[in-house]
Design a protein around this ligand. Structure first.
Ligand SMILES: *Cc1c(COP(=O)(O)O)cnc(C)c1O
Length: 397
């Protein structure tokens, strides 16, 4: 098929050419001064992305699932009781990881499509809970949870439970404030908002989490923060790091900072608003029913009665080389997901929406040609106009 492939799943995302070029180089000695210089520059810049001055970021050659494990085994001891919520494939998976590692998980079922209400934390948090697990942006449902609200609910109960947050599909595309929200451990992966290929896992740990880990935690080796933090101080790792990925990370961070984190978040919001306008124009539902909790990095689109989402996804792939996210676990066949995060602009979203629209029509869902694309264009222009007016006001012109 001619033209570029459209990778519009909610991660892995499109890797910018600049990042690919930055990784296209000879592997260097990971014990050399040049490599140490790279690492010593990366760690504080990663902290900026997490919005922390007091947290420490740890980088693993792993996927997000490895970062789940790293964030649990350092701060929890076998048998420790934790509170978790089941509101999608990833929150359920995070809880299952904790159970598999030997922790006692109290899992509160919520509707898939809902966010974690602070009231549920208040209701279910017990004095012996050592941690609360939250997925900031549930990638299977397109729902963002209020992490600040969860922290306040923990504090209101005078609990010293650690707040552990999965930010795999939000960091670098939606606002996340490690210090301000008093998160203890946050984790992410390289292949979503950070615009890198899959292959790196990141954990950000607060001073309290590092202290807990120094004295306790579970039996661990590869994921142990202690030797990594020690070696990182000099710019090194206690194992062979993913050298070339780190050069890509340098470039990706430079791109994020050049655009400005707040501008990156505003762009994601604009793109998400366009996609949501298109979904409404198609007469389809958005799985997330609370507008305050809409995800700005992906949208889960609910299928009409009698149409299997996998049929539409297959059609989009076969006809247009357009990759859309499947419905995961119990959402299989019921939703498809449009990823709108990472290195992405308005025109790419419009092309994606055009592909979805044609696939829907070919699968028998009646929509007027261009209806979704037109609705998204309209939304983009309205938001761009509003942003321009705000800028003019801000500069007094
Ligand atoms: C993608 C994702 C994961 C899993 O990460 P892998 O890199 O696939 O292991 C975990 N949590 C969330 C919220 C995700 O979106």
């Amino acid at each position: 098929m001619s033209g570029r492939p459209f990778l519009q799943i909610p991660g892995p995302t499109n890797v910018p050419d600049r990042v690919l070029r930055a990784m296209d180089r000879a592997v260097i000695d990971h014990r050399s001064p040049a490599f140490a210089g790279l690492v010593r520059g990366l760690l504080p810049d990663l902290a900026r992305v997490f919005k922390t001055e007091r947290g420490r970021v740890i980088v693993y050659p792993s996927s997000g699932t490895g970062a789940w494990e790293a964030s649990l085994v350092n701060v929890l001891a076998p048998g420790d009781r934790v509170l978790a919520f089941d509101y999608g494939h990833f929150s359920a998976g995070f809880a299952a990881a904790a159970r598999n590692l030997g922790f006692a998980v109290d899992l509160v079922p919520l509707r898939w499509g809902a966010s974690v209400p602070a009231s549920a934390v208040a209701e279910h948090l017990k004095p012996d809970h050592r941690a609360v697990l939250v997925v900031h942006n549930e990638t299977s449902t397109g729902v963002r949870s209020d992490v600040r609200g969860v922290r306040e609910a923990i504090d209101a109960k005078r609990s010293d439970a650690l707040l552990i947050v999965d930010t795999v599909s939000s960091l670098g595309s939606m606002d996340f404030r490690f210090d301000e929200w008093r998160v203890d451990v946050a984790l992410t992966g390289s292949q979503k908002g950070l615009m890198l290929p899959p292959g790196l896992g990141f954990v950000c740990a607060s001073p309290r989490a590092i202290e807990v880990a120094a004295k306790g935690g579970s039996p661990r080796n590869f994921f142990d923060w202690r030797p990594i933090l020690e070696d990182n101080a000099a710019g090194f790792f206690p194992y062979t790091p993913a050298t070339l990925m780190l050069f890509g990370l340098r470039e990706a961070l430079d791109m994020l900072f050049a655009e400005g984190l707040e501008a990156v978040f505003a762009r994601h919001h604009r793109l998400a608003e366009g996609v949501r306008a298109a979904v409404r124009a198609w007469g389809l539902g958005i799985l997330c029913e609370e507008p305050d909790s809409y995800s700005d990095s992906l949208t889960a689109v609910v299928m009409p009665e009698g149409l299997d989402s996998n049929v539409v996804i297959t059609r989009a792939r076969d006809r247009f080389d357009l990759a859309l996210g499947v419905g995961l676990s119990k959402l299989r066949g019921r939703v498809f997901r449009i990823g709108h995060l990472g290195a992405l602009g308005e025109l790419e979203v419009l092309a994606t929406l055009g592909g979805v629209e044609m696939a829907l029509r070919e699968c028998g869902h009646a929509v007027a040609a261009g209806a979704g694309v037109a609705a998204a264009e309209e939304r983009f222009l309205v938001l761009a106009n509003a942003a321009e007016k705000a800028a003019v006001r801000a500069y007094g012109r």
